[in-house]
Design a protein around this ligand. Structure first.
Ligand SMILES: Cc1cc2nc3c(=O)[nH]c(=O)nc-3n(C[C@H](O)[C@H](O)[C@H](O)COP(=O)(O)O)c2cc1C
Length: 316
């Protein structure tokens, strides 16, 4: 792993900084059927809860003008099935695996994380706490204030000795930079910025909400500039703690923007629904971009947005 895109996220060495986002690429390894996972840096699993969940009624994913709305409601096989049927395959994955964890109490997060810790050297080197799911009641609670995030992150940190701990926050979090700093101080090794934006669409003929859950989360291109700004804000608040930028990475430019704003890596979700092979183009484009920028590695470009030079705006 010594190409120009080689990335080190709190000791987790990745071939490149392109990661598949939680909930958009199956439970663990299903994307292998359509995408050569040896070309990307990592996959993030579906968010796993203590108990299995059916999730919300359909429709729970719809196309929107500038992205997608989803209200999946954390459908997942639950911890026991995940440990017995999926995790043993993690070691054979040709890229790193980040296990996403969701919960409804601190005990939930700790219980799931503690089991995953046992696999730290057997295919699950990192855990991402989803404290920002907008589609279940109480889902946003733990990411919504510096005090709550500190509580959940400290409790999980206490049981994760070898697994890295990433924390995923939402774009509507009040005072997001403060919450991010609180997560970092409580022991987060990296921060994922961001989850979807709460959103709603209505069919004007039937006058009914287009999602059965009424509201959902907006992802994709509409989210991208919002997420770039949030990464930039958080970077200034947390300094050296690595950031994973998520939101509307559809092509390499979007990934490069995140890097310049301060992300050490990017996640792709909605793009996989349009073209599950799109991460290949993002990796190739970024590699060429890093060389054109005459940087030794992509890490040298993190947070290097030029705020000084006055130049004409170019439209890519
Ligand atoms: C269908 C769908 C399911 C998702 N499920 C999860 C999930 O289980 N856990 C989570 O942390 N984020 C989940 N997300 C959010 C994504 O991981 C990502 O943060 C968000 O979609 C923004 O990235 P994107 O614009 O590239 O999709 C989901 C997103 C979509 C579209």
């Amino acid at each position: 792993m010594d190409g120009v895109l080689a990335t080190n996220l709190a000791g987790l060495r990745l071939r490149n900084p392109v990661i598949l986002a939680a909930g958009t690429c199956g439970v663990l390894d299903e994307m292998r059927q359509v995408l050569d996972l040896s070309l990307i840096g990592a996959v993030t699993t579906k968010s796993i809860t203590r108990e299995p969940r059916e999730g919300n009624e359909t429709w729970r994913i719809i196309e929107s003008r500038c992205g997608m709305l989803n209200a999946i409601g954390l459908a997942n096989p639950g911890l026991d099935a995940f440990l017995s049927a999926w995790v043993p395959r993690a070691r054979a994955m040709p890229c790193a695996v980040i296990a996403s964890v969701a919960g409804f109490s601190i005990d939930d997060y700790v219980a799931v994380a503690a089991h995953l810790e046992e696999w730290a050297e057997a295919g699950i080197p990192a855990v991402e706490l989803n404290v920002s799911c907008p589609n279940v009641k109480t889902g946003t609670e733990f990411g919504s204030s510096p005090a709550l995030v500190r509580e959940v992150v400290s409790a999980v940190r206490a049981v994760l000795k070898r697994c890295r701990l990433f924390v995923k926050l939402g774009p509507m979090t009040p005072e997001l930079p403060l919450v991010a700093r609180s997560a970092a101080e409580a022991g987060a090794d990296a921060l994922t910025i961001c989850n979807t934006i709460p959103a709603m669409e209505i069919d004007v003929e039937t006058r009914r909400p287009r999602l059965a859950n009424v509201t959902g989360g907006l992802s994709g291109p509409a989210l991208h500039p919002v997420a770039v700004k949030l990464v930039w804000d958080v970077r200034r608040a947390v300094g050296a703690t690595p950031i994973l930028g998520a939101g509307g990475v559809m092509r390499w430019h979007d990934a490069a923007e995140f890097i310049l704003a301060g992300a050490a890596a990017v996640q792709m979700g909605t793009a996989l629904f349009a073209d599950p092979r799109s991460p290949r183009g993002v990796v190739r484009g970024m590699e060429r971009w890093v060389r054109r920028q005459r940087a030794a590695t992509v890490g040298d470009l993190v947070g290097t947005v030029d705020l000084e030079t006055k130049t004409q705006v170019r439209h890519p």
